[in-house]
Write a protein that binds this ligand. Structure first.
Ligand code: 2P0
Length: 333
């Protein structure tokens, strides 16, 4: 009843920002992401009658049942799993990530994908990838995408029960070996407004939300064509446009949600300037101040040189398309 899984964070190119069902984590719109190869979470779980209560240890810190992390994020997910598996046993979860949590680097996506796969293995649930994607989605929406490697689409689905809202692989990690996503950390602080609260507020109060939804089908179509043709300019352009549209929603939510800091904005200008000089690089930004830059291997050296000249960058991580969730034999406890 013990198992370990490793999952990688995914970065959205066409964004998920808003639910049509908060309990089942059903998105308002389909979205597309790239699973990275080195922002990873490793999680070991054990269900045991010896555990008197659930135990959650993230990056060596204990989160007791009274913590917000346990109550708001983990408990509802575990309740669903115990019901599905017909067990009352308590779980011990130990998880290690190699990047900061809650800073807009998709830590919950990798976290819930690894947790879902580890639980599937530990309890012998026998779920296939699609079923794991549906389950991971109910821990954190974007987690359904980290079940798969490479380029991934999370289909909105139409059904009320969420059975047709799952992720699918568009292209495996080795389909476009030369693409890179350069992740630039502009801050290590945890964000003030969680994605979950932020997107719910946007759906409720943003006057432009219906306009956003009308544009998504076209964005998805263009992004898929760009991925199929390995067209960095087209993929970069549509990703940037979609990202800015999402941030326009956030900024026009009541009260406004502004995830950018001054370095984020400096990056936006810098990347546009580099492009004018002929460098094919494109930004995307999620629910945090970090900037992710899409480019190809041949432009990486020049891009990194330019980034290093900018001040206040905490860290730069170069990622490639990475694999989906994997089971590991080496446990964390
Ligand atoms: C995305 N984000 O598509 C978008 C872009 C943030 C900005 O998915 O409430 O942590 O757990 O479903 O998945 C972050 O949202 O939210 C997210 P929940 P989640 O990557």
């Amino acid at each position: 009843m013990k198992a370990t899984a490793i999952a990688n964070a995914n970065i959205a190119l066409i964004k998920y920002w808003g639910k049509r069902d908060e309990n089942l984590f059903l998105p308002q719109n389909s979205n597309i992401s790239l699973t990275t190869d080195c922002l990873s979470v490793k999680t070991t779980v054990e269900f045991s009658s010896r555990n008197k209560k659930d135990i959650l240890i993230l990056n060596n810190r204990n989160y007791p049942p009274s913590s917000k992390e346990y109550k708001r994020y983990l408990k509802p997910f575990l309740d669903k799993i115990r019901k599905l598996a017909g067990t009352k046993r308590k779980i011990k979860i130990v998880s290690q990530s190699n990047f900061p949590k809650g800073a807009g680097l998709a830590s919950s996506a990798a976290g819930f994908a690894a947790l879902t796969a580890a639980i599937n293995e530990a309890l012998g649930l026998g779920l296939n990838e699609r079923e794991m994607s549906i389950l991971a989605r109910q821990g954190s929406g974007s987690a359904c995408r980290s079940i798969y490697g490479g380029f991934v689409e999370w289909r909105r689905g139409k059904k009320d029960d969420g059975s047709d809202s799952f992720a699918l692989q568009i292209a495996p990690a080795d389909y476009w070996p030369d693409i890179r996503m350069v992740i630039c950390l502009t801050s290590r602080k945890e964000k003030k407004v969680s994605s979950r609260e932020g997107m719910a507020q946007t759906v409720k109060t943003c006057p432009f939300y219906p306009c956003w939804l009308k544009t998504i089908d076209k964005d998805i179509k263009i992004a898929k064509r760009a991925i199929k043709n390995r067209d960095i300019s087209l993929l970069g352009k549509i990703s940037e446009e979609n990202c800015l549209k999402m941030h326009a929603l956030m900024i026009t939510t009541k009260p406004p949600i502004i995830y950018w800091n001054e370095k984020t904005i400096a990056f936006i200008h810098k990347i546009r300037e580099l492009r004018e000089r002929g460098l094919k690089c494109y930004f995307t930004i999620d629910a945090g101040p970090q900037v992710k830059i899409l480019c190809e291997k041949k432009d990486l050296k020049e891009l990194i040189k330019e980034i290093k000249r900018m001040s206040g960058i905490k860290n730069v991580i170069i990622t490639r398309p990475g694999p989906g969730v994997e089971i590991s034999k080496s446990h964390l406890f």
